[in-house]
Design a protein around this ligand. Structure first.
Ligand SMILES: C[S@@+](CC[C@H](N)C(=O)[O-])C[C@H]1O[C@@H](n2cnc3c(N)ncnc32)[C@H](O)[C@@H]1O
Length: 264
């Protein structure tokens, strides 16, 4: 299947997830509307004071994190493939009177609709697995950063994506450096496993060396690289809550999260 059709399939799938996610306890939209931040300690600690900074949020879903950065004083632009996600993000921005721009586009094509350069580019938790080509992605990031600008990603660890979670128990099935797309159809979503929604989607595994080298080859300098056992989200089977309220494997067999900060 050609990439155009693949992205269209993913867009349809994400469009359907928006309403389910907006109504979920996982995203807790009511609390967010009442002023709670949806951001986690990893990204808050890594990016520090964002006030007055221009911030491009890649794959912003329906904009909670983008608008949380806006609440902290950043001048934000969020982009996402899902028109339903962007529609809800714009609605939240208006309703909550939080200024931010939202643009519906493929993250690989950001430089078509957006010519501005940013102080910060941010992407988090469940983004690069939807992209076939990280070289093109990293080149776009370099292009859209101002000189001395900072790119930050906090993402689920590629080891966690080697498992097929549609099997119970999860089966070690996908290559750490697998190039071929992974197609999955499943009921429910990470934000609501009881939902009857059927997701049909294509994803790709990216090794840590692929992520890091794509950024280096695009011209960025790696400033920070960390791997963590603890995830802020309880999205994998049988995780236990630690004393900080984060989720870990009881045997800590492999890390669940990595972060990278890079500068131009
Ligand atoms: C797991 S969510 C983003 C996670 C975000 N941290 C959150 O929970 O709000 C993944 C997002 O990537 C978007 N997406 C998937 N493929 C994309 C693409 N090629 N270009 C832009 N956005 C894409 C989806 O529409 C979805 O909103």
């Amino acid at each position: 299947m050609g990439l155009k059709k693949v992205f269209e399939t993913n867009r349809e799938s994400w469009n359907k997830k928006v309403a389910v996610h907006a109504a979920s306890d996982f995203y807790n939209l009511e609390e967010f509307k009442n002023g709670a931040s949806s951001l986690n300690d990893y990204e808050l600690n890594a990016l520090g004071d964002v006030s007055e900074k221009s911030l491009l949020h890649l794959q912003c879903h329906f904009g909670q994190d983008t608008l949380s950065w806006s609440r902290m004083g950043a001048n934000c632009t969020g982009v996402d493939l899902s028109d339903e996600g962007i529609k809800l993000a714009k609605g939240l921005s208006n309703k909550l009177e939080l200024e931010a721009k939202f643009v519906c586009c493929n993250v690989l094509d950001v430089s078509n609709p957006i010519s501005e350069k940013f102080d910060i580019i941010f992407t988090s938790y469940g983004t690069i697995g939807w992209l076939p080509d990280l070289n093109h992605w990293a080149e776009m990031i370099y292009e859209r950063l101002k000189p001395n600008g900072v790119f930050y990603i906090v993402e689920f660890h590629p080891i966690a994506w080697m498992f097929d979670y549609t099997s119970d128990p999860p089966k070690l099935k996908y290559g750490y450096m697998q190039k071929d797309a992974i197609y999955e159809e499943y009921e429910g979503t990470y934000a609501n496993s009881n939902s009857k929604l059927i997701s049909k989607e294509y994803g790709w595994n990216h090794s840590l060396s692929e992520v890091i080298n794509s950024l280096i080859n695009a011209g960025l300098k790696i400033e920070l690289f960390k791997e963590h056992n603890a995830s802020p989200y309880n999205i994998f089977p049988n995780l236990i809550k630690n004393k900080e309220g984060m989720f870990e494997m009881s045997n800590k067999l492999y890390p669940l999260i990595f972060e990278i900060k890079a500068s131009k």
